[in-house]
Design a binder for this molecule. Sequence first.
Ligand code: FAD
Length: 494
Amino acid sequence: MSESLEKVMYWFRQDLRLHDNIALKKAHAISKDILHVACNLTDEQTPWGFKRHSLNRHIFRRQAIEALGNTLAKHNQIFICLNGAINSDLNDASDTLTHHSNGASINLKTTRLIIDLARQHNIQNIFCEVLETPEEQQQVKELENAGLIVHGSVQSSLYEDNQLPFTVAQTPDIFTNFRQSVEQSNKFKAQEQPHNPLASLFPITKKSNNPFLNNALLATPVDHRSSFPFDLEPWLGDENSALQHVSRYFLSPNPQTYKLTRNALTGIDYSTHFSPWLANGALSPRTIWQALKKHEQMQGANDSTYWIGFELLWREHFRLMGRKHGAALFKQNGLKNIPQRNQSQSSQPPHQSHQSQQTFKGALAHQNQRQSTHDRASQSATQTDQNFQRWQTGETDHPFINAAMRELVTTGFLSNRLRQIVASYAIHDLGINWLFGAAWFEHCLIDYDVHSNQGNWAYIAGVGTDPRGGRQFNTDKQMKEYDPQGLYQKRWQA
Ligand code: FAD
């Protein structure tokens, strides 16, 4: 597209940032008149008997949206935050923000709202990032079916597609092969700088005051035991907080010992804590990569600094697996073309086994593609319901699991070690369908990311791409190793 366009819309999805945003850059290159739009999470109920998004998830995303709107408003850019009502004064972004952030949610479909808004403004062209997951692809189809032209850009990965030594379709399924291949390739190094397209248009200034003080919902306190206390200024969900956290982290000595501390269960500095900002898009992985390389130059590279990059490559691999394998990753059998072992129950959601239609995303989106042949021998549906509920609410027979599940629900965050342990316990000890577990994580996690979540659950269930099959953790052994004095359990006692 070479000629400039009249008014266009920029639709922020999982890219709630101004830095390193290729799609936003394209919109600004083509038009001077841009309506910026972001949507709060919807309030829908899932057929599983719980809401799709926890309050923690709502708040964390809204922090990012509100700050983004404030920054855009300061630069006389129009910004609308949608969560139902769309009649506010579009010329006053801050009024719009206040109006739309009062907790009211009308639950209209996001695409319906965007289509209506585009029509009100005579907009035909919408720019956004491409999200190659089933529900998000459906959203774009709906916009196109309504006559809108959607200009999508793939972004929010470490590598751009042309920096990979293979096509997305040829991405090695085995992580080690993928990692070695990208590490040996020199395609990425030349361009590892993040894009900073709007630096001159929208400089990211230091926050002079807290933009969230007037909003009661955003001031909801987070449990003081949280490892990610996002009611406190350094941990808010917005881009500024994310960038400041990256600077602080890489100026600290923590990266030098990351590999030794990353398996800890609790605390604010045992691991990088980048994931919540990566998930809502307030932070780009290329920004982290650049800061990591700078840290290595200044303070030295070692096993620990390498391992931060190594973990970011896991994120990258799960994203590429999601793009390569698409809807298959949401099926009961995942990427394995074999009947499930050890998952005896129907893939109907507990409480609602009469439901035949699920139209929601992520882990939930494809669970209705049931396998008529899968083994459902050993447990009754009632037993399954009970196990799932006991696991969700932290009322299993295992105090270590219960403590972790309480932390997850209360704070929306959980260490990687504990995520592995509770997922393994759900799948391999309680026989819970891995899709149910993934759905509960989708509800709870402030860093919920469809690719990382689905990929990790499939990995533990043994239906992902890992050649070694599933991962079963011995919960007692893990408890003895990581919580020998029971301090973690005490911390999260009922
Ligand atoms: P660090 O240990 O500091 O790692 C740095 C970054 O590397 C992380 O921010 C993350 O982007 C990436 N990373 C690290 N470990 C993994 C991993 N196993 N898979 C993919 N990326 C990784 N991560 C999410 O971001 N969203 C999810 O929804 C999610 N669901 C998970 C579900 C299960 C069952 C398991 C076992 C893991 C899940 N993870 C998920 C991966 C991992 O637990 C988190 O990324 C990590 O705990 C976040 O903390 P951190 O940023 O301090 O990570």
